[in-house]
Design a protein around this ligand. Structure first.
Ligand code: FAD
Length: 265
């Protein structure tokens, strides 16, 4: 079984700065693997532990320094790393990102069975990339997945979070799932994983390699643009901190019930 895990590098900071094009300033900022994608990797590793002949490829679209993140993925148990990287990809919105990743999968990794994405990237936070990849590949998708329960190589069972609780769905492979953060401690790299990662060659694909043209990618291939980016003013000024549960309970009573848009725990 071949599993592709889409992982994204995100800035390791809450002090987000903007470029003059209203996109997030990524240069000169420390990066980490998107926390949701850590759990996407974990779900793949869980399948690898429970099934035979599972191969996991970590995949990212990003700048050349994303090689380090792919090597970390190999250190914790992935078999391969693939970087989709080209200066022409700069300025891609979620549509162009999904199209580019899907083109790389179609042209170079088409024998996959399962694609696992995180539900959100903590910087862009649109949750659109996974569904966009699935629709470009014309494969089924399950979002908000808490657990991949079992897999027989032909189909997979996924428990997903819904407003009323949870539901378990079965989907035929190939398919894509987007996973939520787990409540468990993620796998730490072991010494032999670190050695394997140091020796690993990361495959890099450019725009030409995956059969796209400048009109498909980057700003040109993006139907959306960011006209303005700003921090909301005085949103903190209107916030009241409840120091104990009794005060919080009183506030909830005052509001006449629980309104999660007003109360953040
Ligand atoms: P989500 O959709 O929330 O991510 C969900 C999941 O998809 C992730 O957990 C991960 O599994 C997967 N995923 C997301 N992105 C990737 C990736 N790159 N590789 C592998 N898996 C991934 N961003 C830039 O970095 N540089 C730019 O120049 C740039 N310009 C932009 C210009 C415009 C007009 C717009 C609208 C956006 C731009 N962005 C840019 C942001 C970029 O489009 C998004 O970061 C990207 O599409 C992913 O969306 P998201 O962050 O909302 O991820």
């Amino acid at each position: 079984m071949k599993i592709l895990v889409c992982i994204k590098q995100v800035p390791d900071t809450t002090d987000i700065k903007w470029t003059e094009n209203n996109t997030i300033q990524r240069e000169g900022v420390e990066s980490v693997i998107n926390p949701f994608d850590v759990y996407a990797l974990e779900e793949a590793l869980k399948l690898k532990r429970s099934l035979e002949n599972v191969e996991i490829t970590a995949l990212t679209m990003g700048p050349s320094q994303a090689v380090d993140m792919l090597k970390k993925a190999i250190a914790i148990g992935c078999d391969k790393g693939v970087l989709i990287s080209d200066r022409k990809f700069a300025g891609a919105d979620t549509y162009a990102t999904g199209k580019t990743i899907a083109a790389a999968i179609k042209s170079k990794l088409s024998d996959f069975d399962l694609i696992i994405c995180g539900q959100f990237a903590i910087d862009g936070d649109t949750a659109q990339t996974g569904p966009s990849i699935a629709s470009h590949l014309e494969i089924p998708q399950i979002t908000y997945v808490k657990d991949l329960d079992k897999c027989d190589g032909k189909c997979i069972y996924a428990t997903r979070e819904i407003e009323e609780g949870f539901e378990t769905l079965r989907v035929n492979l190939p398919a894509l799932v987007c996973v939520l953060k787990g409540t468990y401690e993620p796998t730490r790299p072991k010494i032999n994983g670190i050695i394997k990662a140091q020796q690993a060659n990361i495959t890099v694909y450019s725009m030409e390699d995956i059969g796209l043209t400048p009109d498909d990618v980057g700003i040109k291939g993006s139907p959306t643009y960011v006209s303005k980016a700003f921090r909301p003013t005085n949103s903190r000024g209107e916030c009241e901190i409840c120091k104990d549960c009794d005060t919080l309970a009183l506030k909830i009573k005052e509001f006449g019930g629980l309104n999660l848009s007003l109360i953040h725990i």
